[in-house]
Ligand binder design. Structure first.
Ligand SMILES: Cc1ncc(COP(=O)(O)O)c(C=O)c1O
Length: 372
């Protein structure tokens, strides 16, 4: 029997009562949903995933590793051995690294650490929608900064917002999702110098960018935390692993509120194995980068298409026709991209992730046909 049908009127009142106790910040939210059309999807280019699964031989090695795992034992509170491996691969002390069950989970941890009711959080627009959601859930105040006409970051506007509101947190995603555009290192430094609060730099797509990471300068900016993920360049979106990099004193505070045992032994095993295959990752990143470049060039050739020439593993573009209809026409041809019209600045835009070469060709063919 359906649960809702089984409640009599007395119990419905009880349910309404308990629902009224849910924090208003939560009740106002809608669940995060990617939104996938029905029908056969042959080419999936809607979530900025890596098009490359683990090679078969590595999967075999993962399964062999899993066999050694004690399923009945908790993992450690933090996988310190993995933090050390990540630390030595990026050149940062493992005490300044926190590993999370995907980077989104770490964003919640940062919100809990830094945002209280009424705290200002500066978010340049358009911004990965998850951040706005987290600020609202913790009762913070979103201080939006409009982009330049190019849809790039307005650094002056960000600095003015910082001066005006003294934010607890400034979030910069570079390369930015949803535009792919980057903020040069020099401007990131100016922002970090201008704020007394936390500057979170989301580097989910940094491996695809020509612009260097803030990592090289991090030791001079104790108020900066970098957020990274294994979901994109490393192709582990299905396994869930992200991490924060920053000053150990800040990490110590965040660790106080994080639930322990968040990273299961299975994910640790896969990630360690992948870190031993850095050449594979580099080769794949090179291929994805050239895929993005190729998509940008092809789209720029199409009449009336506005293309954001970003540096991530996706391309955001506005077709000369109705974006929503084009999205549906592509889906009918088995090609799934992302409709970006939910972002006011990106009304009519679509976003396509760089796929494997054959997938990119298929997307371009479907696009040409659908735009005829
Ligand atoms: C800018 C940005 N940050 C973080 C994430 C989430 O990464 P994860 O899979 O590690 O939660 C995404 C995912 O699309 C993203 O675009």
């Amino acid at each position: 029997m359906h649960v809702a049908q089984s409640l009599g009127s007395g119990l419905m009142t009880k349910l309404a009562e308990v629902l009224s106790r849910v924090r208003p910040e939560v009740r106002k939210q809608r669940p995060y949903k990617v939104g996938v059309p029905t029908g056969d999807i042959l080419v999936k280019l809607n979530q900025n995933e890596s098009p490359f699964d683990l090679p078969e031989a590595l999967k075999e090695a993962v399964f062999a590793g899993w066999k050694e795992i004690a399923f009945n034992r908790y993992p450690s509170e933090q996988p310190n051995d993995l933090a050390e491996l990540i630390g030595s691969s990026i050149g940062w002390d493992s005490e300044g690294i926190i590993i999370g069950n995907g980077s989104n989970e770490l964003t919640y941890a940062l919100g809990l650490t830094f945002i209280e009711t009424g705290s200002s959080v500066v978010l340049p627009r358009p911004m990965f929608s998850f951040y706005e959601r987290v600020v609202h859930i913790y009762g913070g105040k979103v201080i939006s900064v409009a982009p330049l006409e190019t849809l790039g970051f307005d650094t002056e506007g960000i600095l003015t917002a910082i001066q005006r509101t003294g934010p607890s947190m400034v979030v910069i995603t570079s390369p930015n999702n949803p535009t792919g555009l980057v903020l040069p290192l020099a401007e990131l430094r100016t922002i970090a110098e201008a704020t007394a609060g936390l500057v979170l730099i989301d580097e989910a797509y940094i491996e695809f960018s020509d612009e260097p990471s803030m990592l090289t300068l991090l030791s001079r900016y104790p108020n900066v935390i970098l957020l990274r993920t294994f979901s994109k360049a490393f192709g582990l979106a299905g396994s869930r692993l992200g991490y924060l990099v920053g000053h150990p004193a800040l990490m110590g505070e965040i660790m106080k509120i994080r639930p322990p045992f968040m990273i299961d032994r299975f994910t640790v095993c896969v990630t360690k194995l992948l870190l031993e295959h850095s050449q594979l990752i580099q080769d794949r990143v090179r291929l994805i980068r050239s895929g993005t470049k190729g998509l940008i060039e092809e789209l720029q050739e199409m009449e009336g298409v506005r293309v954001l020439a970003g540096q991530a593993n996706f391309v955001t573009f506005r077709p000369p026709c109705d974006g929503q209809k084009l999205f549906a026409a592509l889906a009918e041809r088995g090609v799934l991209v992302r409709n970006m019209s939910g972002y006011p600045e990106l009304n009519g835009f679509l976003r396509v992730s760089a796929g494997a070469p054959a997938e990119n060709r298929r997307f371009l063919k479907a696009l040409t046909q659908a735009m005829l």
